[in-house]
Design a protein around this ligand. Structure first.
Ligand code: GLP
Length: 241
């Protein structure tokens, strides 16, 4: 596990963008794993800016999203499918649908999740996986006590996570109670993991993930076992290290 600490959110974005570009370089069919949430927005904006300046061509990139709320389809603006379309595919110049997102509106979420996992395996493997971290140490929607061997599946969201994500909904009661998420083992199969964290509210989870034991209590601690996991942090997120 490599930890990079920089001064500002802009520098987090720039450093993470370098790691993503480097990790995708040289592959004829580059596969990018994307996270949603606020943390990687700066990274996606930085990649979009490099593209608009003609310094980056990501048009051949395909990939997979980590997760989706059960019950939200792609036409729902609060779905991760909408996030991927509007915040990643369009600004980065990826083909529409290049990044697969679990279908939150499927009739059979459990069966769908298993198929999604098989699809990731069959793809030959993700080259770079972008990650954020929840304040409780979750990655994707792998809440504390998820097995380190977990695969893509349906999970119940904790009250803390639903509250943390309520800002994207009108009321916390509207936040779905379940999600489809790639498992910790699925995520760990990516060749490179780039986790970005910004701000004081992530400091405790970051410290537990980096300096604590590898434990299901802190899903992000699984990154300690990965051969090429890089955490890019601003000073506030690193303040408890
Ligand atoms: C969400 C997502 C995660 C994300 C995390 C942190 O619940 N499922 O993939 O990393 O929470 O979100 P944020 O970056 O907005 O703090």
């Amino acid at each position: 596990m490599t930890v990079i600490v920089v001064d500002s959110a802009d520098q987090v974005a720039a450093q993470a963008a370098d790691l993503v570009v480097e990790g995708l370089a040289g592959w004829s069919n580059p596969l990018l794993g994307v996270a949603t949430g606020s943390s990687p927005l700066g990274l996606y904006a930085e990649l979009a800016q490099r593209r608009s300046r003609g310094r980056l061509d990501l048009s051949g990139v395909r990939g997979f999203a980590l997760d989706e709320y059960v019950g939200l389809g792609p036409s729902d603006s609060r779905s991760y499918a909408a996030f991927v379309r509007d915040r990643i595919e369009s600004p980065l110049g990826l083909e529409r649908g290049a990044i697969r997102v679990p279908a939150g509106d499927t009739a059979d979420p459990a069966g769908y999740a298993a198929d999604y996992d098989r699809e990731i395996r069959a793809s030959g493997g993700v080259h770079v996986q972008v990650l954020g971290i929840g304040t409780n140490g979750h990655i994707g929607f792998n809440e504390p006590y998820s097995s380190l061997g977990s695969r893509t599946r349906v999970v119940e969201l904790t009250a803390a996570t639903r509250l943390a994500n309520a800002r994207f909904f009108e009321h916390v009661d509207e936040v779905p109670r379940a999600a489809i998420t790639q498992g910790i083992a699925t995520i760990s199969e990516a060749r490179r993991l780039v986790l970005v964290a910004v701000g004081e509210e992530k400091a405790e989870a970051v410290a537990a993930a980096v300096e604590g034991p590898v434990t299901t209590r802190v899903p992000a601690s699984a990154l300690q076992l990965h051969a090429d996991a890089v955490l890019v942090l601003d000073r506030a997120a690193a303040s408890q290290l």
